[in-house]
Design a binder for this molecule. Structure first.
Ligand code: GDP
Length: 394
């Protein structure tokens, strides 16, 4: 088996266990480091060389489109990551970094259950930080925080370890205030520096740390300052690989689809929760009636429309007939599968809890509800477009 075949086989296996799945996005104000961080995750999963992460821009790049099986506008990726000796499937949905693409960000939020919010340590909170947090929380998407570009505070601005702590505390408190203000009523999603839901580091230099890692390794802020000043960020990246800290944060603090759907479905779907469809959606049941939503549509020369789709209940099946609730039309799925690294892999089925690609749907639109023609389920809530922050934190 080649490496790609092994990863593919693993993904096909993990797709059926929602508890080991995390559907996430990385979101940030433009230039705060979202792409660099995404590349790091891809490097950890083996899709690009670790040495190149930070320079190569897979999620950004369109240059390799001709090598892809399908052209994807918003590059999505499924990755297998080990945590405590067990494999997890991380489905990473790319979000555009610019506020003009606010609609796309909101759509991506519908597909995921958790968000890594990246804030530049030099800039702090910016208007789009608030916008993306607002979008996430409105969709009941749980956030964690990554404070990026810490190397710049040390090397360019010559911050001492005390000043670093102060800056982190300020950003952390600003983000927590926003979360408090914007959180859905029923959720207590305040971040806690001590539990590892906040991390600091440099996506560019591939290192990161949080309080639990500090306790495990004995590495202190003063040590980090020393490493950076002495130009030994490579050593730091070996001792504190960014992807380890990030993956731990995602797996420990962001919910699996079965946990998230229990509180998200009543917010995003208007039907009767007690009905068989409602129960399938709320329990992430692959065996129940199909309930899915298109969250993005791209067009490809050779595959026609390629829809990104979150499957909440039931199972998408290759060749299966589906019903588009909004368009009131039937369609047949030609190909179905998942995004792997920058490519796609075809599967026979994609069960509840996953993010799939499908082709064959005539005139798909983002926000469309999919079900079986025999069920004709209620529609998912429309996806609101939020593009401007209402209140800005100074
Ligand atoms: P995005 O717009 O949020 O996707 O940001 P990018 O990942 O494209 O990063 C914007 C710029 O910041 C690029 O020039 C990156 O090389 C740089 N950058 C990203 N992360 C870091 C970091 O941790 N440290 C430093 N010094 N530069 C970074």
């Amino acid at each position: 088996m080649t490496r790609k075949e092994k990863i593919t086989a693993k993904i096909k296996e993990l797709m059926y266990g929602p508890k080991k799945i995390r559907n996430i996005c990385i979101c940030a104000h433009i230039d705060h480091g979202k792409t660099t961080l995404s590349d790091n995750l891809m490097a950890a999963a083996g899709f690009i060389s670790k040495d190149l992460a930070g320079e190569q821009r897979i999620m950004d790049s369109k240059s390799d489109e001709k090598d892809r099986e399908i052209i994807i506008d918003a590059a999505n990726a499924s990755m297998v990551q080990k945590y405590n000796g067990e494999d997890y499937l991380i489905n990473l949905i790319d979000t555009p970094g610019h506020v003009d693409f606010g609609g796309d960000v909101t759509r991506a939020m519908r597909a995921v259950d958790g968000a890594v919010v990246v804030v530049c340590a030099v800039d702090g909170i910016k208007p789009q930080t608030e916008t993306v947090l607002r979008q996430a929380l409105k969709e009941n998407v749980k956030p964690v925080l990554f404070i990026n570009k810490v190397d710049r505070l040390i090397n360019e601005l010559r911050f001492s370890d005390e000043e670093l702590k102060e800056r982190f505390l300020k950003i952390f408190m600003d983000v927590n205030n926003l979360i408090k203000k914007l959180s859905p009523d029923n959720q207590d999603w305040q971040l806690d520096v001590n539990d590892g839901s906040v991390a600091f580091g440099s996506a560019y230099q591939n290192w990161a740390i949080n309080v639990p890692t500090m306790q495990e390794t004995g590495i202190k802020f003063s040590d980090i300052v020393e490493y950076c000043i002495q130009g030994k960020s490579n050593e730091l990246a070996k001792r504190l690989p960014l992807y380890d800290v990030l993956i731990n944060m995602v797996i420990e603090h962001l919910p699996s689809p079965d946990v998230a759907q229990a509180y998200r479905v009543p917010k995003i779907w208007n039907g009767d929760i007690e009905s068989p469809v409602g129960q399938a959606l709320i329990n992430t049941s692959a065996k129940g009636p199909l309930g899915a939503m298109i969250t993005n549509v791209a067009e490809s020369d050779h595959a026609g429309f390629v829809s990104t789709c979150r499957v909440y209940g039931g199972t998408l099946q290759k060749g299966g007939e589906i019903y588009l609730v909004g368009a009131k039309a039937k369609s047949r799925i030609q190909r179905v599968g998942v995004f792997v690294g920058p490519n796609t892999i075809d599967t026979e089925k994609v069960p509840a809890g996953n993010i799939a690609f499908i082709t064959g749907i005539k005139n798909p639109t983002a926000g469309e509800t999919l079900c079986l023609a025999s069920d004709k389920i209620d529609e998912f809530e429309p996806i609101d477009h939020i593009s401007e922050p209402v209140v800005t934190v100074a």
